[in-house]
Write a protein that binds this ligand. Structure first.
Ligand SMILES: Cc1cc2nc3c(=O)[nH]c(=O)nc-3n(C[C@H](O)[C@H](O)[C@H](O)COP(=O)(O)OP(=O)(O)OC[C@H]3O[C@@H](n4cnc5c(N)ncnc54)[C@H](O)[C@@H]3O)c2cc1C
Length: 510
């Protein structure tokens, strides 16, 4: 049975070796035995100097002078170069400034309400109890949020209390707070940063304890770095289509993640005895208009399907030409999960000329003329004089498409409830030309990741930790912290918080 068909997807090195195909082996298995000619010894090696790796190294460097960051890219920061950087915490200076009362308990309850209890309860608890201090540390180092923040939400299901914010430069605002601290620690000789260097293997002793990292420089030369402790902070696998599909059972539809999100941390964790979980928590974001009809493909644009931000004027159908969701349902999770159940996670917005001419743009910032022109040039835009012809052109069942629109129009015209409960239906879809915009469910993050305990140690399937090996950030999987949902800020904030805790409290330097 293919791995992804299992109800609870748990992948260990044994599973990989025993039962998977060549594509997975190529993507996930560790490199063959590594020989290196040079050795250095460190208290701590952090693999990946991004969102989670930077705070890990910074706080560890307050307690040890022998901290090494191995970073594949030419600069630190990782995904903060593109992340929206939305973060959430209770007990922050940003809340204090607006006299917002909040508690970690209320934050925990909100997270579990939004993701329906699907994030790891122990990690979620650890997170909420420490997230406020993490954001306050950023604030003390110059991180500022937008003047109207904190808010209850934006784009995803809302919290009940305003505790959600982001900086003027999105994720880069967080980078700008942390990067000078790393530079200072480097200048003081407390952190060493090895850029343009990839971790390619872990060293282990006979008992399985991790003893160091094998790295490869841009020129291909290899080097052993011995370490008492190693932290995997190399991000997820959302730029590795083969690995992504194997672990989630869903193609990587859209490629937006950091190019180094190749899943090396997953491979290294598995090679040391860890196991993966969380791929079954995959959730699709709505509305990506892909540039090409192949995966992965960059999006031309992301349609505005969030009723919070734009009330829908169009109806959504699946490949059968059938509607499947209340387009203005108050929960974005509900809409996302409904899209996740449609064939190929594809969905089409259907509308007519009057809607195109009257409604606020479905494709942000596009004029009606641009949409009309795209029907001649772009593979995801279609128009026709009748619904039947539109269905044929767009690859939808024409008869069912016509029936779906007829039912929508009839209920609206007779002031009856919409078959799917849609409340916002200002115009009928009644006069050609008719339009269809094909969209794809998509994501930018890995839900699968290494299993860790609340000490952030990489766990083996037998319940024992891999000695000296820890993991923070997306390498532990969005499923662990965000659950089967896009829970506000539940990747960046846990990445920073768990990195801080590891460096500050958990790692031992005696
Ligand atoms: C477009 C976009 C928007 C997002 N918006 C949000 C949001 O608003 N809120 C939220 O919570 N989450 C968001 N996310 C997710 C979140 O930003 C990421 O999950 C998080 O930043 C990942 O942090 P990380 O430290 O695990 O990885 P990264 O920040 O990517 O850092 C990993 C580092 O490891 C390095 N690396 C990789 N391989 C190796 C190797 N072999 N050797 C050495 N170094 C290596 C990389 O170069 C990189 O610097 C978003 C993601 C994207 C792509």
């Amino acid at each position: 049975m293919p791995l992804m068909k299992r109800a609870h997807l748990v992948i260990s090195r044994r599973t990989l070796l025993a039962g998977t195909g060549a594509a997975l082996s190529a993507g996930l298995l560790p490199l063959p035995a590594l020989k290196a000619d040079n050795q250095q010894s460190w208290d701590l090696i952090v693999i990946g100097g991004g969102t989670a790796g930077m705070p890990t190294a910074l706080f560890a460097a307050q307690r040890s002078k022998r901290v090494l960051i191995i970073e594949k890219a030419a600069i630190l920061g990782g995904t903060l170069d593109r992340s929206t950087g939305q973060v959430a915490a209770a007990g922050t200076v940003f809340q204090d400034a607006k006299s917002i009362d909040d508690t970690p308990d209320a934050h925990y309850d909100d997270i579990m309400r939004i993701n329906e209890g699907t994030s790891d309860p122990a990690l979620t608890r650890l997170f909420v109890d420490n997230a406020g201090e993490s954001l306050n540390w950023l604030a003390a180092n110059g991180y500022q949020v937008r003047p109207e923040h904190p808010v209850t939400g934006s784009g995803h299901d809302h919290f009940r209390t305003p505790r959600y914010q982001w900086g003027m430069k999105n994720g880069w605002s967080i980078y700008e707070a942390m990067a000078p601290l790393v530079a200072q620690a480097e200048a003081a000789g407390r952190i060493t940063v090895q850029l343009n260097t990839s971790a390619v293997g872990l060293m282990q002793d006979g008992s399985g304890s991790v003893t160091g990292v094998v790295s490869e420089s841009a020129d291909g030369s290899r080097r052993d770095y011995r370490a008492r402790q190693v932290v995997l902070a190399s991000g997820g696998c959302a730029s590795n289509p083969a690995m992504y599909e194997e672990l989630h059972g869903v193609p990587l539809y859209c490629q937006i993640a950091h190019p180094n999100s190749q899943g090396i941390g997953l491979t290294l964790g598995l090679s040391a005895g860890g196991y993966l979980r969380g791929g079954d928590k995959y959730a699709a974001l709505p509305g990506a208009i892909l540039t090409e009809a192949k995966f992965p493909s960059p999006p031309t644009a992301i349609s505005s399907l969030n009723p919070d931000l734009r009330a829908p004027w169009e109806v959504l159908v699946n490949a059968n030409g059938e509607r499947f969701v209340q387009e203005d349902h108050p929960s974005m999770n509900h809409i996302e999960h409904a899209i996740g159940k449609q064939p190929g996670h594809r969905h089409w917005a259907i509308f007519d000329q009057a809607i195109l001419d009257t409604a606020p743009p479905l494709v942000p910032d596009w004029t009606a003329q641009q949409v009309m022109d795209a029907c001649d040039t772009h593979p995801m835009f279609f128009s026709a004089d009748s619904l039947g012809s539109l269905g044929v052109k767009a690859g939808l069942n024409p008869r069912k498409l016509a029936a779906s629109i007829e039912a929508y129009n009839a209920a609206r015209e007779n002031n009856r409830p919409d078959p799917f409960g849609l409340k916002h239906r200002p115009l009928p879809i009644a006069n050609g030309p008719y339009y269809a915009v094909q969209m794809q469910g998509w994501t930018v993050i890995s839900f699968a990741g290494l299993s860790v305990n609340t000490r952030l140690q990489v766990m083996q399937a037998n319940g024992e930790p891999v000695q000296n090996l820890y993991a923070v950030g997306e390498v532990i999987g969005a499923g662990a912290t965000s659950g089967r949902a896009y829970t506000n800020g539940m990747l960046v904030t846990p990445g920073i918080t768990f990195g801080r805790l590891l460096g500050q409290q958990i790692l031992k330097f005696s």
